[in-house]
Design a protein around this ligand. Structure first.
Ligand SMILES: Cc1ncc(COP(=O)(O)O)c(C=O)c1O
Length: 283
């Protein structure tokens, strides 16, 4: 089945899906995006993703007029046309096409592009059963990491550093030595008293939709959650660590900068939350 993308009002063959060279998303990273998981052919947590999408758009003052209903119809049609049962959809909205100049153009129309792709959920489960390695690296991003913009260069560099060191993810560390989040995931630890710790959703992190779901599942299981920053040293001394995201779900972290976490195997809390999140996706 050949892939189909959606570009500014049209479904087009993926290989021929293009936008204008003066799209502000391309020139200024002046745009926002979302990635939504697809499970059993259905969008997971679409409501939460739409809430965050609107928040990002409004923070950047991008005037977006398409209704959520119409947008969801496009995404579902993409899932159908690409025959995706397990995978994800990517959607990006830029401020639009205009002659290159920094201020907002007087007249421009936001441009929506979207793609759908298949993912091997069994591969994720395999990785979850073993856990992954993370490295730490300074967080060199801007002050509004709560907005899901397409300006991801520091994240790209961090992820590349992780790959080059044989790790799955890079945890970004602020000037006080505290972990903000991963390059494309939220970061969590379980301390020696069994408290689940993750940074509060302020401007220093993206408030993950998976993060929000997992906070709810932890509360249902009477797991004590503390939303506060934690240091790299605390993380290395933790009983467990894990990351969350739309495409990694709940992923145990078994080493940080080469130091083993706990007994070097996925922990009990992470394993319970993996199960809870799997049920949530299937529901
Ligand atoms: C920087 C960053 N933090 C956290 C996340 C996790 O967010 P979500 O759970 O909505 O996928 C992402 C996802 O792309 C991200 O890019």
């Amino acid at each position: 089945m050949s892939r189909v993308a959606y570009v500014d009002g049209r479904y087009v063959p993926h290989g021929r899906a293009t936008t204008h060279i003066e799209d502000r998303g391309y020139q200024f990273a002046d745009g926002i995006y979302e990635v939504i998981a697809v499970s059993g052919g259905r969008l997971v947590d679409d409501e939460g993703h739409l809430v965050r999408l609107h928040r990002s758009l409004s923070e950047l003052r991008i005037e977006w007029r398409m209704s959520d209903r119409a947008l969801l119809a496009v995404l579902r049609e993409l899932v159908r046309r690409n025959g995706v049962s397990e995978g994800s959809v990517y959607l990006q909205i830029s401020r639009g096409v205009a002659r290159r100049d920094h201020p907002f153009p007087k007249a421009s129309r936001p441009v929506l592009v979207a793609t759908a792709k298949r993912m091997d959920f069994a591969g994720v489960a395999e990785r979850q059963s073993k856990g992954v390695a993370v490295i730490t690296t300074p967080d060199i991003r801007w002050g509004r990491c709560d907005i899901k913009t397409v300006a991801l260069l520091p994240n790209v560099l961090a992820k590349q550093a992780a790959r080059e060191q044989g790790a799955y993810e890079a945890w970004l560390v602020d000037e006080e030595g505290r972990v903000t989040e991963g390059s494309s995931t939220n970061a969590w630890i379980v301390d020696q008293d069994g408290n689940l710790i993750t940074r509060k959703a302020d401007n220093s992190i993206l408030n993950g939709i998976t993060r929000i779901a997992v906070l709810g599942q932890a509360a249902e299981r009477q797991i004590r959650v503390i939303e506060r920053p934690f240091t790299v040293a605390e993380a290395k001394a933790a009983r467990e660590a894990f990351i969350t995201s739309t495409t990694s779900f709940v992923m145990p972290v078994t080493s940080i900068d080469g130091a083993k976490i706990g007994d070097g195997k996925p922990g009990k809390v992470a394993s319970a939350l993996i199960g809870a999140y799997r049920d949530h996706m299937a529901a």
